[in-house]
Ligand binder design. Structure first.
Ligand SMILES: [Zn+2]
Length: 378
């Protein structure tokens, strides 16, 4: 058994009054975030000084007494402090080279407010947020685990104007029983994943249909006059379709990764840096990127929870060009992207391009793992 941090996200439907109160909270969080982003940026560029969370928290207390900012007192202080934490993590990630420099939060972006356990109450399935007098209506599409301890609650409003509540919980889970099978996966565009065991996860048809609708809605939006009411409506329509496509993709990816983790003890894939090097940049990269990143992230945490091993192959090796037949090892010099199948001139095996790559990835993953084990023994 192990303790893990896990998020459970649900759609929620705030009342008119709750929406107004949330709008105020989002607005204050945004102002605080942007105010201290500027302050920290100026301190660095003008005086080479680093300002940290604790100092900004003290300054926030002073700011709330300033007549010009007194309206900040109308919302939960917990949320404002979390906004500073969020900013602090943004800077930490930037200085570690994990993210770009934090940027200003804008009104039309996704809105977010985080409540720590002193900013909400949760009793008998009813969630009441600080500064709100009535519980939030939540659509429980699944139950929260009974033993889970809720550490924080985040409310978001996305660009399609939908509200969500995420419960961050601490949960005690058991690893899945050990299995003998391993798998290599080749991430792609037409097929999201081709596996070394012969399974193929194709892009689903409804997902493609939504994409066509999205393309049409985007064309319509581009024709609307800036600042007009019709443009606002068209933008909301695009946002709603975007949200739908993203939901379908996430849903699909969750099922895919859950199945891979359930069936296999070791799962291997190439890292995205390697993947991108191998792909033609003209392909629908932006669409594919998001999906691949999500799959890799899900495999990483789900493997950790289930007691599985996820191997990321982060160095270049010729996964597509090498013949995967045991004992052959023939490697082609070139393999153009349009060539989906090929015959090995050395052993005569007929290869399906992606499947052959997936088998090589599986073998390479196991070789990396065996090497790591040996290092541990010596
Ligand atoms: Zn061969």
């Amino acid at each position: 058994m192990q303790d893990i941090q896990r998020g459970y996200k649900f759609r929620c439907y705030p009342t008119e009054a709750q929406q107004q109160q949330l709008a105020q909270t989002f607005g204050c969080c945004r102002v605080v975030y942007n105010h201290f982003l500027k302050l920290r940026t100026d301190a660095w560029y003008e005086r080479q000084e680093r300002v940290y969370y604790n100092e900004t928290a003290k300054m926030l207390t002073a700011l709330k007494k300033d007549p010009e900012f007194v309206w900040l007192n109308a919302v939960s202080n917990v949320c404002l402090q979390q906004s500073l934490r969020h900013l602090d993590r943004g800077f930490a990630n930037f200085f570690q080279g994990l993210a770009r420099y934090p940027t200003e939060k804008k009104k039309h972006q996704i809105q977010r407010a985080r409540y720590m356990d002193n900013g909400f109450s949760f009793k008998d399935g009813q969630l009441k947020l600080a500064k709100q007098s009535t519980p939030l209506a939540i659509r429980w599409h699944r139950a929260l685990p009974e033993t889970a301890k809720i550490t924080s609650v985040t409310i978001t409003k996305d660009r399609a104007e939908r509200y969500f509540v995420s419960f961050q919980v601490q949960e005690n889970i058991a690893p899945q029983p050990v299995v003998a099978k391993t798998v290599g996966i080749d991430l792609g565009i037409n097929a999201v994943a081709v596996c070394s065991d012969g399974q193929t996860f194709e892009n689903k048809r409804p997902y493609r249909r939504s994409q066509q609708r999205l393309a049409k809605a985007q064309r319509q939006l581009s024709r609307k006059v800036k600042g007009s009411h019709n443009r606002r409506k068209a933008r909301l329509k695009v946002a709603k379709l975007h949200a739908k496509v993203a939901d379908q993709r996430a849903d699909f990816n969750h099922k895919l990764t859950a199945q891979l983790i359930h069936e296999n003890q070791v799962i291997s894939a190439e890292t995205l840096a390697v993947k991108n090097l191998l792909q033609n940049p003209k392909l629908a990269q932006s669409i594919a990127d998001v999906g691949w990143g999500q799959i890799i992230r899900q495999l990483t945490y789900k493997a950790a929870w289930a007691g599985r091993t996820f191997v990321q192959i982060d160095r270049w090796f010729p996964s597509s060009k090498r013949c995967s037949t045991p004992g052959c090892g023939y490697t082609r010099e070139k393999l153009p992207l349009h060539l989906r199948e090929w015959d090995c001139p050395q052993c005569g095996t007929h290869h399906h391009r992606d499947r052959n790559a997936a088998i090589n990835i599986d073998q390479e993953g196991k070789a990396i793992l065996a090497g790591a084990m040996q290092l541990r023994i010596h």
